[in-house]
Design a protein around this ligand. Sequence first.
Ligand code: AMP
Ligand code: FES
Ligand code: ZN
Length: 309
Amino acid sequence: MENRSKYLPNKGDKCARCRKEASICLPAHRANFCPGCFVHYFENAVERGIKKMRLNRQDPLMIAVSGGKDSLATWQVLNDLGLDTKGLFINLQIDEFSQKSREAVQKFAEDRGLDWSEYDLKTEIGYTIPELHQQRQKKFCSLCGRIKRQLINRLAARENFQTVATGHNLDDEASRLLGNLIDDRQDFVEKQYPFLPSPHPRIPAKFKPLYRLEKKEILYYCELKNIQYLNQKCPFSKGATSKYFNQTLEFLEDKMPGTKRDFLYSYLKKDKNLVYEEPFNNCRECGEPTYVELCGICRLKNSLSRDNI
Ligand code: AMP
Ligand code: FES
Ligand code: ZN
C-alpha cells in the first residue's frame, strides 16, 4: 500500500464528528476523522455527487474497473451505498500487468460476491496494447485512453447499461482541467464534466463518482475497506505530461490546502450546456454510432493496416 504518513494527525487530535481519537487529518477541510467517521465522510461525498449530478439511484451502473485503487474504491462505495452495480474489465494483454490487474478485479469481486464481465482487447479491436504500442509510440497514453473510452461505451451498451461509472478522482480531474485550460481546449473542458448525459441510445451516460475525493482519501478508504488493489503503473504510461500538472497542483495544495478543490469546483459551478449533439451516423464499417463516417476504432484500424502494406 502507498504511504499516507503526510496525513496522519497529531497525537491527541480528535475526530471532528464523534470526538474519538482521529486517524486521518484533512487540511483541505480543516478536519480530522476517526476511521468510522472517515468512511461516513467518504460515502457522503459520493452521495453528494450523485445528488448534484441528478443521477437516478435506481438505474443499474456498469463500473469500468482496471484493478487499481480508484476504480475498485468506486465499485466498493457505490455497492455499499446500495446502488445496483456490475464490473467491466477490459483485458489489455499487457503481459504481467494485465494479469495482475485481472487478479485484483477477480479477487475483489469474489470476496464481495459481485458480478463482473471481462472482455479482451484483441478480440474486440484486433490488437493488444503492446501490439498497438509497437506501431504508435507518440502520445500513446492518450491513444490508449481514447480506445478504452470508446470500448467501455460500446461494451456497456452491449450489456444494456445506460450509465457507466469510472474511477477518475479529484486529483485526476483538477490536473486535467489545468492542462486543458493551458492548452485552451474548450471542447475537452466541456467533456470532462463529472456527469455526461447519454447523447444516443447506444452511448451510455458517464459518471465519475470520486470527483470530490483526493488520492490520499481514496488510499485510506482502500486501507479501511481492505481493498487489495494493484499498485503498479502501466509500463506504457511513461512520459505522460499529466504528472507535471499534478505536481504543480500538489505544490499549491501543500502551501494552500483546498486549492485543488476550489479550482475544480469553481469550474463546475459555471453553467454548462450539457445537451450534446447526437451522433448522426452509424460507422460505415462496424455500425457503431459516430459523429463522422468512421468511428475512432475503425479509423485507427484502417490507419494501422495501411502502415503495414
Ligand atoms: P486511466 O485511463 O487508466 O486513467 O483510467 C481511467 C478509468 O478508466 C479508470 O478509473 C477505470 O474506471 C477505467 N479503466 C481503466 N482501465 C480499464 C480497464 N482495463 N478495464 C476497464 N476499465 C478501465
Ligand atoms: Fe493505456 Fe497503459 S493502460 S497506456
Ligand atoms: Zn467503426
